[in-house]
Design a protein around this ligand. Structure first.
Ligand code: SAM
Length: 279
């Protein structure tokens, strides 16, 4: 009664580890995000195991029969289409349910696009923030961009090729000329890692990118001890507005003090100014 969480290749099949191959050949059942994709993988490695489908949209409903099997003494391997399960992929609910049932959960580590991209990005990898896919629009997207802007550590984002241009443009607007890397089609024939300042990358990929992409972005500078002693940003803005300072001057001074992108502070100053003088 063990649930093995098995990482599979993100392109190059040579990246399936010998241990992953052995486990996939030994378990009672392979639980797969897409059984057709996983059948191809198993066939390539001359493995033949029963498969059970666990797509993201049905994960919650399909977990209980799997936990019953684990409880009854079976071993299961959980895989997704590519990379490490439960990392922007289905799997976390099954892992949770297995742990709740007192079942052993064992990782079989291997490829993950996020870590592969980070390792070749040339950016600081000592600490990082993994955000998966950014929300597509609205306040949620703005909030996530703000989180990257404020982060003092390297950020890693997943993106679909056709949305890469838009996301790089948004990042460039929110963060300015921070260094970044676009890692495309890793381990595949057309693999490339393009490094440069965000505005350059946004221009280069304005029409999108082919295939699968990870975007890695340099962290902002660490907040200084002085910055940590500062009052909340909104409070500082209100004080300066009350003193009659101009919006542009406030944005400039506070962007410097708080080490935030000037456009972001400017927008906040305008919002607070408008809120204090409703039409
Ligand atoms: N769980 C997977 C992992 O550990 O890498 C990630 C799955 S997520 C649904 C798919 C995203 O991962 C893609 O949109 C892309 O951002 C990234 N990705 C997957 N394979 C990739 C590759 N070969 N090269 C670059 N990015 C890849």
């Amino acid at each position: 009664m063990t649930l093995f969480v098995v990482a599979t290749p993100i392109g190059n099949l040579e990246d399936l580890s010998p241990r992953a191959r052995r486990v996939l050949g030994e378990v009672d059942l392979v639980v797969a995000e897409d059984t057709r994709r996983t059948r191809e993988l198993l066939t390539h490695f001359s493995l033949s195991r029963p498969l059970f489908s666990l797509p993201a949209f049905a994960e919650r409903d399909r977990v209980s029969p799997l936990v019953e099997r684990l409880r009854s003494g079976q071993s299961l391997a959980l895989v997704t289409d590519a990379g490490t399960p439960a990392v922007s992929d289905p799997g976390a609910k099954l892992v949770d349910a297995a742990l709740d049932a007192g079942v052993a959960v064992v990782p079989i580590p291997g490829p993950s696009a996020a870590v592969a991209a980070l390792s070749a990005s040339g950016l600081d990898s000592s600490r990082f923030l993994f955000l998966g896919f950014l929300p597509r629009k609205g306040d949620a997207r703005r909030a996530a961009l703000g989180e990257v802007a404020r982060s003092g550590v390297t950020a890693i984002l997943y993106e679909a090729g056709n949305r890469t241009g838009e996301t790089l443009a948004d990042l460039s607007r929110a963060l300015g000329p921070r260094r970044a890397a676009v890692a495309r089609e890793l381990t595949k024939v057309h693999e490339e890692v393009v490094r440069g300042p965000l505005p350059e990358l946004a221009e280069r990929f304005a029409a999108g990118a082919r295939g699968e992409v990870v975007i890695v972005v340099e962290g902002g500078r660490e907040p200084s001890p002085e910055a940590e002693a500062l009052p909340p940003l909104d409070e500082a803005i209100r004080e300066r507005l009350a003193a009659g300072e101009h919006v542009g001057d406030i944005a400039k001074a506070l962007a410097r003090d708080y080490r935030l992108p000037r456009q972001e502070v400017y927008a906040r100053v305008l919002a607070l100014k408008d809120a204090s003088h409703p039409p």
